[in-house]
Design a protein around this ligand. Structure first.
Ligand SMILES: Nc1ncnc2c1ncn2[C@@H]1O[C@H](COP(=O)(O)OP(=O)(O)OP(=O)(O)O)[C@@H](O)[C@H]1O
Length: 153
């Protein structure tokens, strides 16, 4: 654990390589840093409610034991979900464990209060960050395979 609380990168690396490890809460500063502050260059896809980033773990833990891990970090659009919906989604993902279903590694629910200008007035505003973290699947979208298959038959 980080002295300020939360999982460190090394712990995350070990977790990625341990298939029995349970999904955990991940600190926003860690995910933000790993995703290079959500650089456009790391975007691998967009869905109806999130942008997905490919995040490489640069092995800090013993390289002899671990390869670098790769994650898909899904950053939800700011306005998309209410708190109960996000919680429901995380609960549901935590229960699902199957070889044919992408592994869910963790989630992040972070709210920070920022002072910003709103119509000429300085106001305190909540900035919410909601992220879901999965193992990275290298072979593209299933949707693409199904579409190609349907065209070929
Ligand atoms: N675990 C993953 N590994 C690799 N690529 C992924 C992963 N998850 C998502 N992607 C990529 O990001 C794209 C968007 O994914 P996302 O799950 O946000 O949306 P979707 O499943 O296409 O649609 P919806 O918004 O209905 O969930 C996918 O089409 C895929 O290309």
């Amino acid at each position: 654990m980080d002295p300020r609380g939360g999982v460190t990168q090394i712990e995350l690396e070990y977790m990625v390589h341990d298939e029995d490890a349970e999904p955990i809460a991940l600190p926003f500063p860690l995910l933000e840093k790993l995703a290079d502050y959500f650089s456009d260059e790391l975007i691998i896809g967009r869905g109806g409610f999130a942008v997905v980033y490919k995040v490489r773990l640069k092995a800090l833990a013993c390289p002899a034991v671990l390869d670098n891990g790769v994650l898909a970090v899904k950053r939800l659009f700011n306005t998309h979900m209410h708190e109960e919906q996000f919680q429901g989604e995380v609960e549901c993902l935590m229960k699902v464990k199957h070889k044919n279903i992408v592994r869910f590694l963790g989630y992040c629910a972070n709210t920070q209060e920022n002072i910003s200008d709103y119509k000429g007035k300085m106001v305190m505003a909540d900035v919410q960050q909601r992220l879901l973290c999965f193992e990275y699947l290298p072979k593209g979208s299933l949707d693409g395979y199904i579409t190609v298959y349907l065209y070929m038959t």
